[in-house]
Design a protein around this ligand. Structure first.
Ligand SMILES: Cc1ncc(COP(=O)(O)O)c(C=O)c1O
Length: 437
């Protein structure tokens, strides 16, 4: 049987070489993508290997993937989920648990965030009837303005939930100081920043909770996928409960009675000794990762270091060739003390430039260079958020820079699939556009 398995996996390697081996880039007709999955035979072999197990739900590959991530980040708990958005929902939901007593988040509590970001950082706040408080960002770090954050804190503030924008860490020292001073929960949306460092330490390890996404555009991929990361054992147990139907029991699939008290506990008015596997302590979901997703992750995580190096060097190449256009373009800036594993290269068109963001972006896209906006721009101008009832959110201070980002900024890819040839095509297109303006 094991011989048959290795024969199959050898054939998979052969298949990879024939079907998926990198093809050369044709500048005359190919598009320069902003992101994409980068993989080799190891991912395909791991995927087929797990399919041959046919375990399907959380099993040895989930365990191995979580453990690799946990070793990499140096955190004790990595809870795998089916997406980064689910990870965000779980991180916030866990903080609403009745088990946290007076530390729990309750409807009406305020959580400070930014309006220039991704919608599913904010959605879980609304979904849990918390009040998002929107503050402005700095340009060109595209991260929260610390002054605005400080001024937004009110007696109702209970948490801060921020992303490390496009891989650029926010000012962790300042945010942590405010969180500690005001006894606030800090949740890091690290979905765009796996591999970024702040003062030599990985982002995603500073807050009470942090989230990861493994969507293909991100630093590593499992197709769909994500994780919640925490050092706090109690929070980890709550995240797991919300992720796994709300159940109190924390045995993994296939395990039984790891607590040794499966049939001996009393829960409220349930009969004495009611099977712990069927005791529900939270109003939960099912947002678990599957085994085949995790199998891909085990191979991807080994490549993270190399991927991040490529992201950093691609970023440096952009800075080199865009430097000469600084009169018209505002180039991105890493936060002090940080070493970002850049998700993207953000460019803003200065208001005094003789062209608009839209004209530059449409020129690039017409010439097969993909660009993206900074997600929702000003979230409050999006139909979903614009229709929120008064009193269910708050804006603290001006969102002037957020509107600037919505109107003037866009990003180019930094992903490891970009070759030197692709980058030089981008450079040429910029040169053509700039000389014609
Ligand atoms: C900052 C941020 N948070 C959360 C997410 C959601 O991740 P997912 O697509 O895995 O749901 C994204 C998505 O790209 C993101 O950029």
């Amino acid at each position: 049987m094991s011989q048959l398995r290795s024969k199959i996996l050898d054939l998979v390697r052969e298949y990879y070489a024939e079907r998926h081996a990198p093809v050369s880039f044709d500048a005359q007709k190919d598009t320069v993508r902003y992101a994409g999955r980068v993989f080799d035979e190891a991912e395909l072999v791991a995927l087929v290997d797990s399919s041959l197990d046919f375990w399907l739900t959380e099993g040895r590959f989930c365990e191995a993937f979580a453990s690799k991530l946990s070793d990499l980040l140096g955190v004790s708990n990595v809870l795998l989920t089916n997406s980064g958005s689910s990870a965000n929902l779980l991180a916030i939901s866990a903080l609403t648990s009745h088990k946290l007593k007076d530390r729990r988040l309750r409807p009406g509590d305020e959580v400070i965030t930014v309006a220039a970001g991704f919608p599913s950082t904010v959605a879980p706040l609304v979904q849990n009837r918390l009040v998002p408080v929107f503050v402005d960002v700095n340009v060109p770090t595209y991260n929260v303005s610390i002054e605005a954050l400080e001024q937004a804190i009110s007696p109702k503030t209970r948490a801060i939930f921020l992303a490390h924008t496009l891989g650029n860490p926010f000012d962790v020292d300042a945010v942590l100081a405010l969180a500690r001073q005001h006894k606030l929960w800090l949740i890091e949306d690290n979905c765009d920043a796996l591999g970024s460092k702040y003062r030599g330490r990985y982002t995603g390890t500073f807050g009470h909770l942090a989230t990861l996404s493994f969507y293909p555009a991100h630093h590593i991929t499992t197709g769909e996928g994500g994780a919640v990361v925490t050092e706090d054992e109690d929070l980890a147990r709550l995240v797991r409960a919300f992720r796994d139907w709300g159940r109190d029991c924390y045995c993994s699939g296939g395990e039984n009675d790891t607590c040794g008290k499966r049939f001996t506990q009393q829960f409220g008015t349930l009969p004495a000794g009611y099977d712990h596997k069927y005791v529900y302590s939270e109003i939960g979901y099912n947002l678990k990762m599957t085994e085949m997703q995790a199998a891909i992750g085990t191979a991807q995580v080994d490549k993270l270091g190399g991927f991040c190096q490529r992201r950093r060097s691609n970023f440096a190449t952009y800075s080199q060739f865009l430097d000469r256009y600084q009169d018209a373009l505002l180039l991105p800036l890493a936060t002090d003390g940080s070493d970002p594993a850049w998700f993207a290269y953000v460019v803003s068109v200065r208001p005094e430039a003789p062209f608009s963001r839209n004209s530059l972006v449409s020129y690039l896209n017409r010439h097969r260079i993909e660009t993206r906006n900074i997600f929702a721009g000003n979230m409050l101008r999006q139909p979903a958020f614009a229709s929120l009832d008064e009193g269910t959110y708050r804006v603290a201070g001006s969102l002037k820079n957020t509107d600037f980002v919505m109107n003037n900024s866009f990003f180019l890819g930094t992903y490891p699939g970009l070759s030197a040839e692709m980058l030089s095509v981008i450079s040429e297109r910029f040169a053509e556009f700039m000389t014609s303006h």
